[in-house]
Design a protein around this ligand. Structure first.
Ligand code: ADP
Ligand code: MG
Length: 291
């Protein structure tokens, strides 16, 4: 059974749809990448799963986590789930951290919220273990340091430590490396891949960058203008991209044949996309293209 199952999700702000008829699944321990240019509906999808969507948004469909429809869940059980079963990391490590609280205390906060039963010593042990897991150097010495005393990459590690400290089953990472320089980005991606393996974490990894996504995900979903255009295993998507938009993201030069059959000019016609159903063109490879 899927750990997370999104069925026919629709999100709209006023009369403007942000996500249309979106269906996606993530199996336990699986990592799904969600790719698309800015404004394609990736972040609102993540926020909908977390129950953190702007209240003005209109929401329809089903978001099932471990069999339970999160959209039916009251605020209190949703809060208990968030941070414990489903954790998140966002793009900006500095804005997500409290500048006047030591990093150890901040990670400890997220433990205490979900584990009132733990003693001070047990909380501290748990925090140090998490700091260790994300390879922050010298956790004991740095427990009492403030966010500004860490580099950008280390701050992202601190946020990852906060996210994984309660051993969630699903980690949602929304552009977690976009604000980092390339070398640090590679280290963070490596860390996420490593944590996945060690803890059997399922992951929804969001990025505008297909190359980044491909480093940490088993399957990749491509979205544009709120529509899912293609979803397939990483291998299948890279070796046999079917939608012209996916091809453009891959920077592939269209062959003479595809140029004749599916002109890239269709890229700008999103209305046309929405009238084409997603179709399983090859086993477990879905694309919104005509037959
Ligand atoms: N709070 C909001 N109020 C109104 N429109 C919003 C809000 N949040 C997102 N949107 C709109 O929803 C669409 C999808 O946004 P988003 O999910 O942030 O895109 P992405 O993360 O793919 O860049 C955009 O058109 C955006 O303007
Ligand atoms: Mg976004």
């Amino acid at each position: 059974m899927a750990l997370l199952s999104i069925e026919n999700l629709e999100i709209a702000f006023g009369s403007t749809p942000a996500v249309r008829e979106l269906s996606l699944e993530i199996a336990p321990g699986e990592s799904l990448g969600l790719v698309g240019e800015s404004g394609s509906g990736k972040s609102v999808t993540a926020l909908a799963v977390l129950g953190l969507l702007d209240p003005i948004a209109r929401l329809h469909g089903v978001i099932r986590f471990d069999g339970q429809n999160l959209l039916d869940l009251a605020p209190d059980p949703m809060r208990r789930l968030r941070g414990r079963e489903i954790a998140m990391i966002f793009q900006e490590p500095m804005t997500a951290l409290n500048p006047v609280m030591t990093v150890g205390e901040q990670i400890a906060e997220s433990v205490r919220v979900h584990h009132h039963e733990l003693s001070r010593r047990q909380v501290r042990e748990t925090v140090l273990e998490a700091m260790n897991s994300v390879a922050l150097p010298d956790p004991v010495a740095r427990y009492g340091d403030y966010p500004h005393q860490f580099s950008g990459g280390q701050r992202q590690r601190i946020l990852i430590a906060m996210a994984i400290v309660n051993q969630p089953r699903l980690l949602i990472a929304d552009e977690p490396t976009t604000a980092l320089d390339v070398t640090v980005q590679a280290q963070i991606l490596e860390l996420l891949a490593d944590l996945r393996e060690r803890f059997g974490l399922a992951m929804l990894f969001i990025s505008h960058d297909l190359a980044v996504v491909s480093q940490v995900t088993d399957r990749v979903a491509v979205m544009r203008h709120g529509l899912l255009l293609e979803v397939a295993s990483r291998e299948s998507l890279f070796h046999n991209p079917l939608h012209p938009y996916t091809r453009s993201l891959l920077g592939a030069v269209p062959t003479m044949q595809t140029e004749i059959n599916k002109p890239l000019a269709t890229l700008s016609r999103s209305a046309e996309d929405s009238s084409i159903p997603l179709r399983e063109c090859e086993p477990r490879h879905w694309a919104r293209i005509g037959s």
